[in-house]
Design a protein around this ligand. Structure first.
Ligand code: GDP
Length: 373
């Protein structure tokens, strides 16, 4: 067919075919993301997308890991196993302090400082008391406004309420998934009120305690044991009228830390001041973390600690698994009230009661072997 276009061939009116312009949007990626939103992915597809840094799939994998559905749980385990060889390339930082000390303001300030330097930051949390409806820590949308829309940051609220062991496990699994997705700085936030610090400490490389000046330790609810775990203490809100008292508190904490036994890492915990709100001293915090990382990588403690953590987590998982299998055992559940009654009536000692129950459990397990989850 002789179109007008063809008829001008060779003449000045001929219009050459233009160079095809590339699409503004990466359609293939959009399609892939859409697909991954809709469809059930296989384990390998999950892993591939996670390694490609697909956040939607990363979120999905974390949701699977958090699920109580046994099928989801199993799939999450398969994905995590395949991600493990790609994980670990990060610095894991625990951040704690009582509510109101400024943790989220601080995470936003340090987080923005890091993402501006092109670090990829994942912010996770452990708050066993939280439930999604009650505004879990990090669940509140108004927190970390800038960071939550930062392309270099990924924020994930605390897994919803459950046993501390369960919540900690989910967070630990999220760390692996985030690292496999390329996040090289991991923050794990927790509230500074007790057991959850120990769980966070057991999964991070560096533990940062935020404090306030002018409030007694008791007031801040910080136990000596938590101070002892800290690799750095920063007195936050060192701004305006608080500056002087923050400097005083800094000295006091420095002196207090001298009284603690030296850390296994050989590192001497640092004490500093900062203002998360005014973004003062934030770079000093990062300097301290980098210094710690260099120091412990150099003396071998960094790797040693990660290896120890792996063992500890495995032992914890064994203990948890055995314990829950024991208490969920129907025979044990049946017998328990009777033995408690005997125990209370002084008819039997604590140890004999415990022995009878464990014997019953083992006999029952032999007869009905079942795999604990
Ligand atoms: P969180 O409960 O530990 O997460 O604390 P938030 O980050 O929610 O902060 C609690 C309050 O302290 C908020 O009103 C913040 O604006 C304020 N705050 C946080 N950091 C600073 C700071 O560096 N200086 C001052 N003056 N206020 C701060």
């Amino acid at each position: 067919m002789n179109t007008e276009h063809d008829s001008h061939h060779g003449s000045a009116l001929h219009v050459n075919d233009g160079v095809e312009q590339p699409d503004q949007i990466n359609r293939a990626a959009v399609e892939r993301i859409k697909k991954s939103k809709r469809r059930q992915l296989s384990d390998d597809e999950f892993v591939k997308e996670i390694l490609d840094g697909n956040r939607i799939v990363l979120s999905k994998a974390i949701t699977l890991a958090e699920s109580t559905n046994p099928l989801h749980h199993q799939q999450a385990q398969n994905i995590i196993a395949k991600c493990l060889p790609h994980a670990g390339n990060s610095i894991r930082i625990g951040i704690t302090g009582v509510p109101g000390v400024g943790k989220s303001t601080f995470i936003e300030a340090l987080g923005k400082y890091l993402t501006a330097m092109n670090f990829k930051l994942a912010v996770l949390a452990i708050d066993p008391s939280s439930s999604r409806t009650k505004g879990s820590i990090l669940g509140d949308k108004t927190r970390m406004e800038e960071l939550s829309v930062d392309a270099n940051a990924f924020i994930r609220p605390s897994p919803s309420a459950g046993s501390l062991g369960g919540v900690a496990r989910k967070t630990r699994e999220s760390i692996i998934l985030c690292e496999a997705a390329g996040f090289n700085v991991i923050f794990v936030e927790t509230v500074g009120v007790g057991q959850s610090e120990i769980a966070v400490h057991s999964m991070v490389d560096f533990f940062l305690l935020l404090m306030l000046a002018g409030a007694g330790d008791e007031l801040q609810g910080i136990k000596r044991g938590i101070m002892e775990m800290a690799d750095a203490i920063f007195i936050n809100k060192a701004d305006g009228e608080n500056m002087k008292s923050a400097a005083r508190a800094q000295n006091e904490y420095k002196n207090a830390l001298h009284l603690f036994p030296p850390a296994q890492s050989g590192w001497i915990p640092k004490v500093g001041t900062c203002s998360a709100r005014s973004k003062l001293g934030i770079e000093k915090v990062w300097e301290t973390i980098t210094e710690y990382s260099d120091f412990t990588r150099e003396n071998g403690y960094f790797d040693q600690r990660r290896r120890e953590q792996k063992n500890l987590i495995m032992y914890d998982a064994i203990n948890e698994g055995l314990k829950s299998d024991f208490y969920e055992n129907s025979e044990v559940r049946k017998k328990l009230p009777e033995l408690i009654a005997k125990l209370q009536a002084d008819e039997i000692s604590e140890y004999v009661a415990a022995q009878k129950l464990t014997e019953l459990y083992f006999i029952n397990k032999k007869q009905n072997p079942s795999k604990p989850r």
